[in-house]
Design a protein around this ligand. Sequence first.
Ligand code: SF4
Ligand code: SF4
Length: 215
Amino acid sequence: MEYIRSIEHKEVVHRCFRCGYCKFPRDYVDFNCPSYKVFGWDTYAPGGRMWLIRAWLKGEIETSDRFAEILYSCSACGNCQEHCPFPRFSNALLDVFEEVKAELVNDGKIPPPVRDYFKAISVNGNPYKLPREERGKWAQGIGLERYSGQEFLLYAGCVASYDEVGQKMARSVAKVLLSGGLSMGILAEEESCDGAEVKVLGETELFKELARENI
Ligand code: SF4
Ligand code: SF4
């Protein structure tokens, strides 16, 4: 249990009593935990997930593919953190889920699509498996240069770099900033994924590597 280090988080797991408020939106008209909405079993709801983690921490269930599948069905949307009525406890929910995923990565127990996602980012610096050399193409023709000591660095990210709609948005934002006289540059093919989702999915070492590359 290298990643579930925090005593506070271990204790937090035991405070969830499965009242279920966390899987609703504020007006209670519908369920708002995406994984619960898809699978319909309490195991996939935040409270059920916490009790599963509790049993796993106590050694009552094994680190299995099934356990990993359930943990990775959480999209880390944060609805449960917003709607659990116990503030001291709710603030830790997403951290607990992330720490358990980090433990699963450490044990090599990750669902194949998650493994492929990590591999794509590790090899290409983006989840789309597109070449690094194309990363700065979105900025061609608008007068935005590579970073060489300008006052600001504009970090684009994977969606703005590769996705068609994201590229249009990035170009629009850059044009507005440039028209205001801002001194800025981009990293182009030297930029990597920011690793936000990588961290949420528990691959802490890849996240650190991406951070180092970008820095
Ligand atoms: S996480 Fe909070 S709201 Fe959800 S079941 Fe547990 S105690 Fe209830
Ligand atoms: S963060 Fe996970 S458990 Fe919480 S509401 Fe979102 S999908 Fe459900």
